[in-house]
Design a protein around this ligand. Structure first.
Ligand SMILES: Nc1nc2c(ncn2[C@@H]2O[C@H](COP(=O)(O)OP(=O)(O)OP(=O)(O)O)[C@@H](O)[C@H]2O)c(=O)[nH]1
Ligand SMILES: [Mg+2]
Length: 350
């Protein structure tokens, strides 16, 4: 199973094309100073997580892939045959680590991996980039004095969502826990990873702060219009305008979409009648396939730019990049496969 996946990742590292965007259910970034016990902590989690898990280790020391693979495999005693472990070189490949990591996450998601750990050594810029890809960023520290100072210097405390204080079998754990919590205000989970102590509690802490498990609820959506594909605008208007008595507020020819449209006022929303300009028009093709009828649902959406990014991350199928439409509003269409079977148009709500 994992051999094909490994090959696909290698192809990516050799400059292959990006796969379709997708996201595992939960991506957990694990970082912290060298030797803090990151790999041991991940290994402890592997013993209790039921879904398919992948572990990616970013290895700054090696320009080759697979460099630390063997070492981590050997140390990860809880890694059964179903756990996918892979090292990624952080240097020696163009394009930057974060875009490549995004692609690798897409491959893992497509292969059914629900939880992915990304381990990085907490010494540099790389961690900050990886943190932006993770749903939760965990910084592993120990009661040893220098740890938190080093983590602070590397900017890790700013990207952390949860701290794991590992090696709580060592002296000074109580004090370190108190100081860390006071200094950062972050939840601190105590572990002795090498003995499997505190595993469930730490995992619960991670899950409870996951950004993805508490998605932002946005205010300000509204149905802007319903699009109806018609064979003849004039004939349909005889019904909607003539017989029904609705008011036409706007007529327009949109060359780049291959349509002539008429907008009908429907209170806080509208109906948009669309007629094909030629046989090549998407509307002509739609009618040929399914007959005239409801063609799309258009929503005015708040935080348009942010939303487009979130949708891409979630693997939703956008039909091209946002464009400027009638009235100067930005809009984009989403494939029905992503939107419950309807072609969905999102319009920036200004
Ligand atoms: N005393 C004690 N030692 C631990 C504990 N967890 C891990 N270690 C030890 O700490 C050392 C480093 O552990 P790793 O898990 O390799 O640490 P790491 O942060 O992944 O290290 P790098 O990937 O090299 O940065 C090993 O010798 C572990 O056995 C713990 O809970 N208590
Ligand atoms: Mg490690």
């Amino acid at each position: 199973m994992s051999r094909e996946l490994a090959r696909a990742i290698s192809a990516l590292e050799n400059g292959g094309a990006s796969p379709a965007a997708a996201r595992p259910a939960l991506v957990i970034g694990i970082t912290g100073p060298p030797g803090a016990g990151k790999s041991t902590v991940v290994d402890a989690f592997l013993g209790v997580i039921k879904e398919r898990v992948a572990v990616l280790a970013v290895d700054p020391s090696s320009p080759f892939t697979g460099g630390a693979l063997l070492g981590d495999r050997v140390r990860m005693t809880n890694a059964g045959p179903d756990v996918f472990i892979r090292s990624l070189a952080s240097r020696g490949h163009g394009g930057g680590l974060a875009p490549r990591m995004r692609d690798v996450l897409s491959l893992l998601a497509a292969d059914g991996y629900a939880t992915v750990f990304v381990e990085t050594v907490g010494v540099g810029q790389e961690e900050l980039e990886i943190a932006s890809l993770a749903d939760v960023t965990v910084v592993v520290l120990t009661p040893a004095g220098g740890d938190s100072v080093q983590a602070e210097k590397a900017g890790l405390m700013e990207v952390a969502d949860v701290l794991i204080l590992n090696k709580c079998d060592l002296a000074g754990a109580d004090r370190a826990e108190r100081e860390l919590h006071e200094a950062t205000g972050l939840p601190v989970a105590r572990m002795t990873a090498k003995d499997g102590v505190g595993v469930h509690e730490a995992l619960a802490a991670i899950r409870s702060v996951s950004r993805r498990e508490r998605p932002a609820v946005l205010e300000g959506f509204a149905v802007d219009h319903l699009g109806i594909a018609v064979v003849s605008l004039e004939e349909s208007l005889r019904f909607y305008e003539g017989a029904l008595g609705m008011r036409v507020t706007h007529r327009e020819t949109v060359e780049h979409e291959g349509v002539r449209v008429a907008m009908l006022d429907a209170g806080s929303s509208r109906l948009e009648l669309l007629e094909a300009l030629s046989g090549e028009s998407p509307i002509a093709k739609f009618i040929a396939r399914r007959g005239p009828g409801i063609h799309h649902v258009a929503l005015r959406a708040p935080n348009f730019e942010g939303l487009i990014g979130t949708l891409k991350d979630s693997g939703a199928r956008l039909l091209g990049e946002p464009r400027i439409g009638a009235g100067g509003h930005r809009y984009v269409f989403l494939h029905p496969a992503s939107a419950g079977g309807v072609l969905l148009e999102l319009i920036a709500h200004e």
